[in-house]
Design a protein. Structure first.
Length: 429
């Protein structure tokens, strides 16, 4: 056999070996490992590894400890700080992972049914109507270019906060014949226009030709409460106006306790619903300062309990959530919070805020018998996995009420104005 032939055989063996290594499970696991791992003080993370893979830390600080055996690498978060984990395969470096340790952070999970009362900034235009005058029918608002979904925030230089603020301007302008100078918010723009009210035939009043609303009400579920700041998050999704289908821009609002009176069971193509009423005393337990794609947020003025998990519980970041068994806390009768089994079918480690981070499926026989799965009003029910709050229920699949979406708790905390990274940033500075 010639030397060239031997070289080709050896080269072929090496090529096949490299390809085999590249497709091996351990190698793939490390290649797809995130570039950054975040842990809280006291947490431990186990990573599977092949025997030829070794790990080490770039610096010897007190923030994290690393141990390993032939099958696993163990990271123990000890105190706030940063480090780098270096991985090599048979002596060849294959990965560098930034490891961040955050201050231990906990929230109290919710599950309680709550009543929601929202007041808009200004008054919301939800429709046009024709004013029947002696000269025919017309909508002054439509002629002025005001659209459904616009928010009237000022008239003749005066701030408009509620529907009762509008009527005096309309009647005065109608009698004087002078047009109203109106400012509306449309999406992210501020628009000015003039509107001349018209007198309704057979009546003494003048009208805008607009249907307007200044508040909305509904029910949902509390997700979490941060005992130190009193900040809370609920619902897990934005509240939209039922007519315009657009998010309600919040001026202010309140949450109260509510009681579930009955359940309309869900079925394929027909999502169910919790029917509830506000508590009889209508005691306000918190305010609403934000209505976002991730839910409603504000501060509580009193402690609340669910009777199951009433002590602070650790949270899991998006990359720490695993597919598999979990539970939700929710109310299906009266005001009693119960724990029900679900399955996290899929979860996405998200680097940036996004509303659909998990797909979940109800597996609890009792909940399925009662509700058919996920129903309206269940949005915001906290998802618990391995004694950690990992997220909240947000939406139901219309064609499969046993399944739906969940949002990661990490993003709800961010929307609530709770910065879980703040302490680490302070230390680093």
């Amino acid at each position: 056999m010639t030397i060239d032939a031997v070289r080709k055989i050896i080269g072929g063996i090496l090529l096949v070996s490299l390809i085999a290594i590249g497709f091996s499970k351990p190698f793939q696991e490390y290649v797809h490992m995130p570039a950054t791992i975040t842990l809280f003080e006291g947490q431990q993370l186990e990573l599977a590894k092949a025997e030829m893979v070794s790990a080490g830390l770039s610096s010897d600080n007190s923030s994290i400890a690393l141990k390993q055996d032939s099958h696993s690498v163990f990271l123990q978060a000890k105190e706030r700080g940063e480090n780098e984990m270096l991985l090599d395969y048979a002596g060849f470096p294959i990965k560098k992972v930034d490891v961040n340790v955050l201050k231990d952070f906990k929230v109290i999970p919710g599950g309680q049914s709550i009543g929601v009362k929202l007041n808009t900034i200004g008054v919301l235009v939800v429709g046009h109507h024709q004013v029947n005058t002696v000269d025919g029918k017309s909508s002054p608002g439509e002629l002025a270019g005001i659209r459904i979904g616009d928010i009237i925030t000022a008239i003749n230089g005066k701030t408009i906060e509620k529907m009762a603020d509008v009527a005096p301007f309309v009647q005065d302008a109608g009698k004087s014949g002078n047009p109203l100078h109106i400012v509306v918010n449309r999406e992210n723009d501020k628009i000015t226009t003039e509107l001349t009210p018209l007198k309704e035939k057979g009546e003494g009043s003048y009208k805008l030709g607009l249907y307007i609303r200044d508040s909305a009400a509904g029910i949902g579920t509390m997700t979490f409460y941060h005992p130190e700041s009193r900040k809370y998050g609920a619902l897990g999704h934005v509240i939209s106006d039922m007519d315009t289908k657009k998010p309600i821009v919040v001026g202010d609002g309140q949450i109260v306790r509510s009681t579930v009176t009955s359940i309309e069971k869900g079925s394929n193509g027909n999502p169910g619903e919790k029917l509830a009423r506000f508590s009889e005393d209508k005691e306000v337990i918190g305010n609403i300062v934000r209505n976002s794609p991730f839910g409603i947020f504000g501060e509580l003025n009193q402690k609340i309990k669910n009777g199951i998990f009433d002590k602070p519980m650790a949270i899991a970041l998006s990359h720490q959530v695993k597919e598999g068994p979990a539970q939700i806390l929710t109310v299906v009768e009266d005001d009693e919070v119960n724990l029900f089994d679900i399955e996290i079918v899929s979860t996405i480690p998200q680097k940036f805020p996004a509303t659909k981070g998990m797909v979940i499926k109800v597996t609890d026989p009792k909940l399925l018998a009662k509700t058919g799965g996920i129903v309206q009003g269940m949005s915001g029910s906290p998802i618990i996995q391995n004694d950690k709050v990992v997220g909240a229920v947000t939406h139901v699949f219309v064609n499969d009420p046993t399944s739906g979406y969940g949002v990661h708790i990490e993003w709800m905390l961010h929307e609530a104005g709770i910065d879980i990274y703040e302490k680490q940033a302070e230390k680093a500075s």
